[in-house]
Design a protein around this ligand. Structure first.
Ligand SMILES: Nc1ncnc2c1ncn2[C@@H]1O[C@H](COP(=O)(O)OP(=O)(O)OP(=O)(O)O)[C@@H](O)[C@H]1O
Ligand SMILES: O=C(O)C[C@@H](O)[C@H](O)C(=O)CO
Length: 336
């Protein structure tokens, strides 16, 4: 059964808007940042990672965002291009804004944190006038991500993109991607997240991210079913609530909860699980697979990324994900 129908006759399968930054992932893992001496540089930012994932699955993709006018910005643009992502709407900032940097600390597979440098970040400078209506008119799916809502003018740029997506019939996916360090107050955060989510067809978030949006007021029991139901009064067709290693549940308008277990993984770090899960899941539903199969595919893609050093560069091809699922079914992969 198909819960979302994707428009046909579009040039792009998938366009995302939002954060483009640099991840500097600790090379010396299993130790605190104070003792970490070297890092490897990767493209980062949740929507960028998801787009790279979709492109590796063979989807036709493009990105809408803003990069700094410096070596880091040029590194990001060329990496996207090498991954066959259309960058016609990746704008170069001319105001002296900087590329956001995320230094990751990998103390253990379950204890990872991020040290962010996001003062005057270029990605938050994208203006509504810079969002290309033509590009959004030409995509089956538009993905938005929460961090771009944290400040103006990027916030208004996202709402402009939502307007164009509705106007031209693109399916809208929202990865909540809540990063507290980019926001100033819980009230402001919840207000903008809720306003954007009302307009979206597919909403993906962790239990904690939905808690942030609900502020515990409407749902003191933290029930996934209560969380999902609210969005079906707006535009949502699918609401996914992720529970890390415990798996995920997708609710549909008929009130049914579709569950997916996670797969075993030799975890290096947990960053990037949500991004690869989103890419795998969206790819699956765009192939017309069942929700269960799409979630399974997303869960296996997540395992590949969390077993690797990076988020973006580790995004797998579809054959790698199928292979991972088969190896798990043969008992060849066990948890770390
Ligand atoms: N330790 C783990 N072992 C196996 N699979 C995992 C693990 N952690 C996450 N996953 C898989 O990844 C999916 C998404 O993970 P999670 O709920 O942690 O998302 P997230 O918090 O958005 O991720 P991120 O850390 O990238 O922000 C889960 O539903 C699960 O399938
Ligand atoms: O901005 C962050 O929080 C880190 C990102 O750059 C990282 O690539 C990520 O978003 C993983 O989900």
């Amino acid at each position: 059964m198909s819960y979302v129908s994707f428009p046909s006759g579009k040039q792009f399968d998938f366009v995302a808007i939002g954060r483009l930054c640099i991840d500097l992932n600790a090379n010396e893992i299993n130790r605190p940042m104070e003792e970490t001496m070297t890092f490897t540089k990767y493209v980062g930012g949740s929507p960028a990672n998801i787009t790279i994932g979709m492109s590796r699955f063979g989807m036709k993709t493009a990105f809408i965002g803003k990069i700094a006018d410096d070596q880091m910005g040029r590194f990001i643009a060329s990496y996207l291009q090498r991954n066959a992502i259309d960058t016609r709407n990746v704008i170069t900032d001319r105001t002296g804004a900087l590329t956001g940097l995320a230094f990751t600390e990998i103390k253990s597979p379950t204890d990872c944190s991020i040290l962010m440098y996001r003062e005057n970040a270029a990605d938050l400078k994208l203006t509504p006038e810079e969002v290309s209506e033509d590009l959004i008119a030409q995509t089956k799916v538009l993905l938005i991500s929460g961090t771009a809502l944290a400040a103006s003018p990027s916030r208004e740029a996202v709402f402009q993109a939502l307007y164009y997506a509705k106007k031209h019939g693109a399916v809208i996916a929202f990865d909540l991607d809540y990063r507290p360090y980019t926001w100033t107050s819980p009230e402001e955060t919840a207000a903008y997240y809720n306003l954007a989510a009302e307009k979206c067809d597919i909403i993906l978030g962790t239990r904690e991210e939905f808690d942030m949006m609900e502020r515990f007021e409407q749902n003191p029991e933290r029930s996934d079913h209560v969380t999902a139901s609210k969005w079906f009064d707006h535009s949502a067709k699918i609401v996914i609530i992720k529970h890390g290693k415990e798996g995920s549940i997708a609710y549909t308008q008929d009130g049914v909860g579709h569950r997916a277990q996670s797969f075993p993984a030799k975890v290096v770090k947990t960053f990037g699980a949500g991004d690869s899960y989103a890419a795998g899941f969206l790819y699956g539903v765009m192939q017309g697979w069942t929700l269960e199969k799409s979630m399974e595919f997303g869960s296996a893609a997540a395992c590949i990324v969390i077993s690797s050093h990076s988020c973006s560069d580790a995004m797998p091809a579809a054959a790698d994900v199928h292979d991972y699922i088969e190896r798990c079914s043969r008992g060849e992969i066990t948890a770390s």
